[in-house]
Design a protein around this ligand. Structure first.
Ligand SMILES: *Cc1c(COP(=O)(O)O)cnc(C)c1O
Ligand SMILES: [Zn+2]
Length: 422
């Protein structure tokens, strides 16, 4: 590893044409960018977007190819991924999560409601899709350590996927991260650094360390490759619905990378002719932290917000990827909504008892947002919806137990039991 570490090669990526800055809209070839993950002229705010040669993909990749592909991981979408090849080492099996038809959730709604259960990824969140790409990029570059700051899932996911690939991880988390996620980090062997401060402070510390030590940077908004991993959730949804696109897709929004990934996946499929239209995207934020919602319905400029919600994974006061997050909703004629912590907790319990799916609060927001959008007539009764479960509730039992009441222990007597059964 040591000798390769200094080898800074430019690796040709199958169908990637170039990168485009989301801020100044300049285009850059991969050669021009070299190791830089953001726009050379705009700096850190210049988040890059990977642009593909869609005509070439169209010529070489068909729905039939997909149908006959036995690879069930996200690498089945290789022509749409910004990597040179599927690595020839065994990695965690990311993707291929179930798409359930909801049977009781909002039963009066006429249109079909589907749940994409990404809580069933190897480390139990949608972040695995991005982390696996980070691992592949680090391997391509011959780096042996990956670093990130996270409110929890990005970190635990990176730690797990890196462990499987034999890479080291240095992880910065804010103090408020739920213990389930912290436990995952330590179990996966990460070098864990808990910052006594908020996500903002945590992010800035990681940035400093990445610059100083040359670690691979998995900070999602900064690293344009990660959105490309997240987009595989949209590719799977489309494939699972036999390319019949739903009217709406709902996802919760913190930094804005996940929603950007959902948009990018459907956009790619539209560009290569696998689908005929884009779904409308419903972005959901927490009432206690809704900088992107506010920007969307005001002047489009994101201002720093409080981080006052128990939905820790979307408590992001300064979102790092607002341009892509706003675009995802604007370009699809979607909407943003926000939901309170009470609405989230109520929905966690409701979803659990009617569909058998246990979600963490940030993920619960996407479901609560659909209930609200239906109630307010934003989503019409006949419209179909896919709701993405971005994170498993078992990571944050404390919040789950705020949503429901545990019964107290009783004496082992039948009369007592019968009283409970009433
Ligand atoms: C990270 C995360 C989100 C939001 O993703 P962003 O890219 O930060 O917008 C939503 N839900 C869960 C469970 C997450 O871990
Ligand atoms: Zn730029």
């Amino acid at each position: 590893m040591e000798s390769e570490k200094s080898r800074k090669v430019h690796v040709p990526l199958q169908y990637v044409s170039h990168m485009s800055c989301t801020l100044c809209e300049s285009d850059f070839s991969l050669e021009e960018l070299g190791e830089s993950l953001t726009c050379p002229s705009c700096g850190e705010k210049g988040i890059l977007d990977i642009v593909y040669d869609y005509q070439e993909i169209k010529n070489n990749f068909t729905i039939e190819d997909l149908r006959s592909n036995t690879d069930q991981t996200i690498f089945r979408y290789l022509p749409l991924l910004p990597i040179t090849q599927k690595p020839n080492i065994e990695l965690l099996n990311v993707g291929n999560t179930p798409l359930y038809k909801a049977l009781r959730f909002e039963q009066v709604h006429e249109g079909d409601i589907y749940i994409k259960d990404d809580g069933l990824n190897p480390t139990s969140s949608m972040k695995d899709r991005a982390s696996l790409i980070a691992v592949v990029k680090a391997l391509e570059l011959g780096l042996d350590t990956i670093c990130c700051s996270s409110t929890g899932n990005a970190a635990s996911s990176l730690a797990g996927n890196s462990a499987k690939a034999g890479l080291d991880t240095v992880i910065f988390v804010p103090e408020r991260a739920p213990s389930g996620k912290l436990a995952q980090l330590v179990i996966y062997g990460a070098k864990l650094i808990i910052i006594a401060g908020d996500y903002k402070a945590t992010f800035n510390m990681s940035k400093e360390v990445i610059n100083a030590y040359g670690y691979y940077n998995r900070n999602a908004a900064i690293n344009p490759y990660l959105v490309e991993g997240k987009k595989t959730v949209a590719l799977e949804i489309a494939e699972q619905l036999d390319f019949n696109i739903p009217d709406w897709v709902s996802i919760s929004v913190g930094d804005g990378c996940s929603i950007a990934g959902v948009y990018k996946g459907f956009y790619d499929l539209l560009k290569i002719g696998f689908i005929k239209r884009l779904p409308r995207i419903l972005g959901v934020q927490a009432t206690g932290c809704k900088p992107i919602y506010d920007a969307f319905y005001n002047d489009g400029i994101v201002k720093e917000a409080e981080e006052d919600t128990l939905a820790d994974s979307i408590a992001v006061g300064i979102p790092r990827n607002p341009i892509k997050a706003l675009k995802a909703v604007k370009e699809t004629q979607g909407e943003y909504v926000h939901v309170s912590d009470d609405e989230i907790l109520d929905t966690i319990a409701y979803l659990g008892r009617c569909e058998g799916i246990y979600v963490e609060p940030a993920s619960g927001a996407a479901f609560a947002g659909v209930r609200k959008a239906i109630k307010e007539g934003v989503i019409k009764s006949e419209e179909s919806i896919v709701i993405i479960n971005t994170g498993n509730g078992l990571k944050d039992i404390k919040s789950g137990l705020k949503a429901v009441a545990l019964p107290t222990a009783i004496k082992p007597e039948i009369r007592e039991v019968e009283r409970m059964l009433l």
